[in-house]
Ligand binder design. Structure first.
Ligand SMILES: [Zn+2]
Length: 481
């Protein structure tokens, strides 16, 4: 996309509202669903320019209301708050807020039914079940409502407006779907981009393909669909870029690649720019809380969607991190009154950003670092990020037989490297690779190579270069503060 100056960026995008009143064409008079979405969007538009202090001042009463609801209508939060001697009325600011215990994935697995509110206000609309995979692979179920869906749509619309997507363009998404849904070679096609834009702007079609298809199949499908926008996981985008370079195909109509669901390595941004001459726009979302942060339209910062969530980044002692520091991401979903998620330790790490030069007051995250289970544990208990992301497309180029790999830390002394290869490595190549692994993880672990036919994606379709199976009770201990 062409670079624009800041004034142009701030000009509101033109909407093309579909009228619902006979005899009127322009400006369109929207129906109730679109009216609600547009009224929300107007507030989003204004709220992003408030200072971060003004935004927090607006979040606090909403947090108070959520906490009172959670205390009054769930067994789990009543017990939790009683245990720390806090009533919802006493939580008036950040100091008391930080005394609330964290909600872990383990809590959600163990106390699933106790977390569900027994009295969801009718006005919150129809309920839906949202699933997320736990760190052990056992899914956690969260109930969403019409209100949480409305916030999902608002953030989707904001993302389109921020990045000034051409609504007439064609969208192609390659993502995790239940087996048999949108399979290769055709996938499925819808006539528009979905509920976040329907009735507000006339969009082009959207095509969807199941991530279970091979990269060869994806490449053929993408060239046939000729998308303006491609939405997929960073690891899959990297595989497609690599494939396009190896086989000499391009997507001439592509304007932007959009990524979600995994850590985006900066090298994928560069590779995408180099190979296809388009930018990557990343987003940070989860099944259970919806949008957490969207990429700034003017920088590579992530702006927390503060109308939807409160995001805290805390260190191992539970203290709030300063800009430049990396800590655990703790999320509170402001409007989910069906399964209240208060101070939810989502399992990711992020670096707190400085105030963004774009002028938006929405808090910033500089980098999203992925999950604790994607960090190595050294024998002394310290954790570190292994430098293996996307090595398949860059650093590992000197090991041509390797098609795909996954590094698994089994215990405090052993790393296993699963390899999908065209041919087995020679003893000398294995030695070199062992050296590369030790450098990447930063410790002289024992390294074993295991040759496999395929490396499966995680239950939610994510591919992990590095996975740690070492339990770290110290991290879970945060919850007992
Ligand atoms: Zn910004």
């Amino acid at each position: 996309m062409a670079t624009r100056d800041a004034a142009d960026q701030r000009k509101p995008a033109t909407l093309d509202v579909r009228t619902t009143v006979n005899g009127t064409i322009w400006p369109g008079i929207p129906g109730p669903f679109v009216s609600q979405l547009l009224a929300m969007q107007a507030q989003f538009e204004a709220a992003q320019w408030l200072s971060s202090a003004e935004i927090l001042a607006r979040q606090m009463p909403q947090l108070g209301r959520l906490l009172a609801h959670a205390y009054d209508t769930t067994a789990f939060y009543r017990r939790r708050l009683d245990a720390v001697g806090l009533s919802p009325e006493q939580v008036r600011g950040p100091d008391q807020w930080r005394r609330l215990p964290l909600l872990t994935r383990a809590d959600m697995q163990q106390h699933q039914s106790e977390l569900i509110s027994c009295a969801v206000p009718d006005a919150h609309g129809p309920h839906s079940q949202l699933f997320t995979s736990g760190s052990t692979g056992r899914p956690v179920m969260v109930i969403g409502t019409g209100v949480t869906q409305l916030f999902w749509n608002c953030c989707t619309l904001r993302d389109h407006l921020w990045h000034r997507r051409a609504p007439g363009g064609t969208l192609a998404a390659i993502r995790s779907l239940p087996a048999g849904q949108a399979p290769a070679p055709d996938g499925v096609t819808a006539e528009d981009w979905g509920p976040a834009t329907r009735g507000i702007v006339h969009t082009g079609p959207s095509h969807t393909l199941n991530i279970s298809s091979t990269v060869d199949e994806q490449a053929v499908w993408l060239q046939q669909r000729a998308p303006d926008y491609l939405l997929t996981y960073p690891s899959n985008l990297a595989a497609l870029i690599q494939h396009s370079q190896a086989h000499g195909w391009r997507l001439p109509s592509l304007r932007e690649a959009r990524t979600f669901g995994e850590l985006l390595d900066p090298r994928v941004r560069r590779a995408c720019r180099r190979a296809w001459n388009v930018a990557v726009v990343d987003m940070y979302s989860s099944q259970e809380v919806g949008y957490i942060a969207l990429q700034c339209p003017e920088t590579e910062n992530y702006h927390v969607q503060a109308e939807n969530v409160l995001v805290e980044v805390v260190d191992e002692q539970g203290r709030a991190c300063e800009p430049g520091e990396v800590g655990r991401v703790v999320v509170t979903a402001l409007h989910n009154f069906a399964t209240p998620l208060v101070r939810y330790d989502i399992g990711d790490y992020a670096e707190v950003g400085e105030a963004c030069p774009c002028g938006r007051g929405l808090p910033t995250l500089r980098r999203i670092m992925g999950r604790a289970r994607n960090m190595a544990v050294l024998p002394d208990g310290r954790r570190r990020w292994p430098a293996v992301e996307l090595a398949g497309t860059t650093d590992l180029a000197e090991f041509p037989p390797i098609h795909q790999f996954q590094l698994v830390q089994r215990n405090l002394s052993l790393m296993e490297m699963l390899l999908v290869v065209h041919r087995r490595l020679t003893a000398m190549e294995e030695d070199r690779l062992r050296g590369w692994v030790i450098t990447a993880v930063g410790h002289p672990f024992e390294v074993k190579f295991i040759y496999v036919d395929a490396i499966p994606r995680s239950p939610l379709g994510k591919f992990e270069d590095f996975r740690c199976e070492v339990e770290t009770p110290a991290l879970e201990g945060l919850n007992d503060a």
